[in-house]
Every structure is written in structure tokens, then in C-alpha cells.
Design a protein around this ligand. Structure first.
Ligand code: SAH
Length: 276
């Protein structure tokens, strides 16, 4: 029965009465943070999440991914999942009965406590995804994410399941799959041991309201452009000061909203004039 690749780490397998097509292709991993994705396009996963550090962590069993094909829950002969909007208008809306069945299926084995197991609907109307949100999600046991399509989802499903709507920006995508992958990427890299060097998440952009300072690497001179001298000085104190100065300058120039939050936190005067 255990036909999973060995690289998947510690496994705990339980028998299931579900039809084969509803099953995840990976057995449950002990303790691993888990993302359950309800989508009409399960083949879009793991997508880019299967590459590099998130892909390695998936292989190593530091997190787990289960896709649930929404189409399977369509109940007519043609497995329809959508219908015309009540009140008229263009496009189609995902049906509550169909999505509801997929949600019930996804809820198996998950905590009913929404802090331990958030349920997210990717949506341009949602709260903007932030680093802080990703950090909170990374502390949970797992997450269920519904990827919308067409004109979106019947509002009653959102209310019934206490879904959080999360947006990845003020633009409209054709579906929630890319948005879900952005959310999962941002979250998974905060799970301990996913990034080789944990320290690297601590002074990144958005930690402490600042954007990151500029980075440089070899060669020391490239097309006549030099690496700032201080970075080659070996003087750790001066390097830290320079990095903070640059981070503050960039934040003030580019993100007045973050700059104000930073100044409020450290009792500093944000200044009227924005350097441009
Ligand atoms: N009619 C909707 C847009 C539907 S777009 C509206 O105007 O609000 C189709 C699906 O793509 C959505 O259901 C959602 O799941 C996803 N989507 C589109 N833009 C998104 C964004 N900025 N962030 C997260 N998900 C998005």
C-alpha cells in the first residue's frame, strides 16, 4: 500500500473509503503543515511550488499539498459546477451546493477552529495578503484554499464556512490558482527548516515595516559600477548602519504607508518632505 516515494519523510497512512479519484496522491505526513486546494485545475499544482526550496521542502515532508478537484462534485451528467448569476448579468457563478460538497470533503481531518485551520477564498475583494498574514498562516496546522473561477462564488458559501477572503493585489486574475500559489509560497517559506538559513527571513522586506536594503555580490566591479565601499570594509557595525539607512530611505521613498507605520512604532518624525 505504501507506494509513495521514499523522500516524502515520515508517513502515517490511514485506510479510506473514498473513491480513488477523490484521494490525494500522497499519504498523510505526521505533523506536516498541509494545504488543501479546491480547484477546477488540479494539474496547475504544485506548479512553481514544486521547484527550488518549496519543492525540496515538499519532497522532504516539511509541508504537504492535497488538491481537490471541484469538477468531481458537480452533480449533473456534465458535472456542472457553475450557473448564471441571480439577478442577471454576464458570466457564471460557482454553485453553493457543488462548492459546499467539496468544502465538506476538504474539512475531513481538519480542526473546526478557524485559527488552527483557516479557510480562505482567494478573491480580489479580500484583505490584501501580507507578510504578517503569511506568518500567521504558517503557525496553523494547515489551510483550505478555494480557488474561484468565472465571476466568483455564491456569497452564501463564504458566509456558511466562515471563509476569509484574501487578495494578492488590486487586479483581477482569471482564477484563484496563481493567487493560492503566491499565498502558499509566502507561508511555506516561514515554516521552520524550509529555508536553509532561518536568519534570512528576519531582515527581509516587510519585517519591521521596512523594505530590504539593496543587495550586491561579485564581481566587485561590473560595467563600471562598483559595490558600495562600506560593504567590502569588513566593518560589521558600519555595514549594519548602512543597510538600515538604505532600508529607511527606500521605504520612505517608495512606501509612505510603511514608513509612517515604522515611524509610529519607533517614535520618529516621518517628515513632511518625501525624498524622490
Ligand atoms: N467577478 C469577480 C472577479 C472574479 S475573477 C470580482 O469582480 O470580484 C475569478 C477568480 O479569480 C476569483 O473568484 C478569485 O478566486 C480569483 N482572483 C482574481 N483576482 C484575484 C486577486 N487579485 N486575488 C486573489 N484571487 C483573485
Amino acid at each position: 500500500m505504501n507506494n509513495a516515494p521514499k523522500s516524502h519523510g515520515r508517513l502515517s497512512i490511514s485506510a479510506t473509503a473514498e473513491p480513488r479519484e477523490l484521494m490525494t496522491d500522497r499519504p498523510d505526513l505526521d505533523q506536516a503543515w498541509k494545504a488543501k486546494i479546491i480547484t477546477l485545475f488540479p494539474d496547475a499544482f504544485p506548479g512553481v511550488l514544486g521547484e527550488s526550496l518549496t519543492g525540496k521542502a515538499l519532497q522532504d515532508g516539511l509541508w504537504q499539498l492535497e488538491t481537490i478537484d471541484l469538477r468531481i462534485f458537480g452533480d449533473t451528467k456534465h458535472r456542472n459546477v457553475d450557473d448564471t448569476p441571480a439577478g442577471g448579468g454576464a458570466g457564471m457563478v460557482l454553485r453553493p451546493d457543488v462548492v459546499g460538497k467539496a468544502m465538506d470533503f476538504a474539512s475531513k481531518g481538519t480542526s473546526p477552529d478557524r485559527d488552527k485551520w483557516p479557510i480562505v477564498y482567494m478573491s480580489p475583494r479580500g484583505k490584501p495578503l501580507t507578510q504578517e498574514m503569511a506568518a500567521t498562516f504558517s503557525q496553523s496546522e494547515g489551510i483550505t484554499i478555494l480557488c474561484g473561477r468565472f465571476e466568483g462564488l455564491d456569497e452564501r458559501v463564504i458566509d456558511h464556512f466562515g471563509m476569509r477572503e484574501v487578495s494578492i493585489g488590486d487586479f483581477v486574475l482569471t482564477g484563484g490558482e496563481i493567487a493560492a500559489q503566491a499565498l502558499i509560497d509566502a507561508t511555506v517559506r516561514l515554516i521552520p527548516r524550509v529555508l536553509g538559513n532561518q536568519a534570512s527571513t528576519e531582515d527581509e522586506s516587510f519585517s519591521d515595516f521596512l523594505l530590504e536594503h539593496p543587495q550586491y555580490t561579485k564581481p566587485a566591479v561590473w560595467k563600471g559600477r562598483e559595490i558600495p565601499e562600506v560593504l567590502l570594509s569588513g566593518h560589521h557595525g558600519k555595514i549594519a548602519d548602512w543597510r538600515r539607512d538604505m532600508a529607511e530611505r527606500l521605504t520612505k521613498e517608495r512606501r509612505p504607508d510603511l514608513w509612517r507605520a515604522y515611524c509610529a512604532k519607533y517614535n520618529r518624525d516621518p517628515g513632511e518632505d518625501q525624498e524622490l
